[in-house]
Design a protein around this ligand. Structure first.
Ligand SMILES: [Zn+2]
Length: 199
């Protein structure tokens, strides 16, 4: 016999990161207490999200077109790459408006605690980008913009070693940023300063 609609929903919710059985039940009951419309809107949003959004083949940013508008913009400096953990970091830096190069999105950070290693992140793609671009097209500077947390710093250290051996200049966002903060929570002014004063 087919699984009940309730169990089916719990099973699907539980596949999401950070959602256990308890949270799945809480979400299911929350949806039941809401007008039926709100479940329809949620389902629509999920479908639209998955149909329209893709990952940029070049930089790993989330986009409706591939390559993304930033990679496709001829006015942006192609010689500088700012490496960040998440697509939301790109959005935060773009809003600050202080950066005119391109990006590379790792889709996470190295985390021994969560069992996330180099192979789980978009690191091979970064090294490939640096190696494949030579002459006038060469990437001359990589700015490491991982968050100033223990794991973000560890990731930056790992990348700095790998990239320096490829002969590219590696800088780190300046430490105006509070320790333990994230790119998404600091103010635009602090973010602009951190980019300008990179070390
Ligand atoms: Zn892109």
């Amino acid at each position: 016999m087919a699984e009940s609609a309730y169990d089916n929903l719990l099973d699907e919710l539980e596949k999401l990161p950070g959602i256990g059985r308890r949270s799945a039940e809480r979400i299911a009951f929350h949806l039941l207490r809401q007008p039926a419309d709100s479940s329809v809107h949620l389902a629509d949003a999920l479908t639209r999200f998955r149909t329209n959004l893709k990952v940029c083949d070049i930089c790993g940013h989330v986009t409706e077109s591939d390559p993304c508008p930033i990679c496709a913009d001829p006015k942006r400096n192609t010689g500088t790459l700012l490496v960040v953990e998440q697509p939301s970091d790109v959005v935060a830096i773009e809003q600050a408006g202080a950066y005119k190069g391109r990006y590379h999105v790792l889709m996470g950070r190295l985390s021994p605690m969560e069992g996330l290693g180099a192979g789980d992140l978009n690191i091979a793609g970064l090294l490939e980008r640096v190696q494949n671009r030579t002459g006038d097209n060469a990437i001359t500077e990589i700015i490491l913009g991982t968050n100033p947390t223990l794991e973000g710093d560890g990731t930056a250290l790992y990348l700095a070693e790998a990239l320096t051996s490829l002969g590219v200049k590696v800088t780190r966002l300046a430490r105006g940023m509070p320790v333990g903060s994230s790119l998404q929570t600091v103010s635009k002014a602090v973010l602009s300063d951190a980019i300008q004063a990179r070390v």
